[in-house]
Design a protein around this ligand. Structure first.
Ligand code: SF4
Length: 223
């Protein structure tokens, strides 16, 4: 007997749930910034489709849980938002803390850098899953040290950490640069992502660094 098991629907940005029947969708909310209108709209959609739950994700998204397969297209239409890159092999997320825009501890403008990174890279196809984060000070509320590319602000600019990840075997990113301006941080990100695309490694950056060594990675990426 052939098992007709449902899976994620990548093209619809829909994630199969534990019940094996319903789906979750997660609209793109750059840097986790929301407006009253977005929240009202999400609440209206949640009520209309009688969702099981609305859940905040670790990627600064609001996840709508419990859609039937036949409801996914109309729910997206009602939301009138783009899907977040919650699944697939790509730049999944760019987290950013409030930084100098709102936070009294902020040393650098993490919102500005985060939004620029999001605009350029969110959803971009990459050989392996990639997560980015920007924190406005060394408290690192965006957990920049456990992201593939993470920035941390201090009084001198941004520090750049590469190869961090969470998961079952967490890895702290390697510090590869400091004192970066926003422009330099963007250029650094471009070099790293281009290098990983050129190498076409299916490993996440940290594992790739462990394989070839940090010096060779830095030389290869030109950083
Ligand atoms: S990392 Fe620093 S600037 Fe960002 S939210 Fe945390 S305390 Fe504020």
């Amino acid at each position: 007997m052939t098992e007709n098991k449902k899976t994620d629907l990548l093209e619809k940005g829909a994630i199969i749930q534990r019940d094996g029947e319903t789906y979750a969708i997660a609209p793109h909310t750059p840097a986790g910034l929301l407006t009253p209108a977005i929240l009202r709209n999400i609440a209206d959609v949640a009520e209309k489709y009688d969702l099981a739950a609305i859940k905040i994700s670790s990627s600064q998204r609001i996840v709508l849980i419990g859609l039937k397969e036949e409801e996914i297209d109309s729910a997206w239409k009602d939301l009138n938002m783009d899907p977040g890159a919650a699944i697939g092999v790509c730049v999944r997320s760019v987290r950013a803390c409030p930084g100098t825009t709102f936070c009294k501890r902020g040393k650098q403008d993490s919102m500005s850098l985060g939004l620029k990174l999001d605009e350029k890279y969110h959803g971009m196809a990459t050989p392996a899953k990639m997560k980015l984060a920007v924190s406005g000070c060394t408290l690192s509320c965006s957990e920049s040290l456990i992201r593939d590319i993470g920035f941390v602000g201090d009084t001198n600019g941004f520090k750049c950490y590469v190869g961090g990840s969470a998961g079952a075997m967490p890895r702290i990113g390697d510090l590869v640069a400091e004192g970066l301006s926003e422009e330099e941080a963007l250029a650094m990100t471009e070099k790293i992502i281009c290098y990983m695309k050129e190498k076409n490694s299916k490993k996440r950056i940290g594992k790739y660094i462990d394989e070839i060594g940090l010096d060779e990675f830095k030389t290869g990426a030109g950083i």
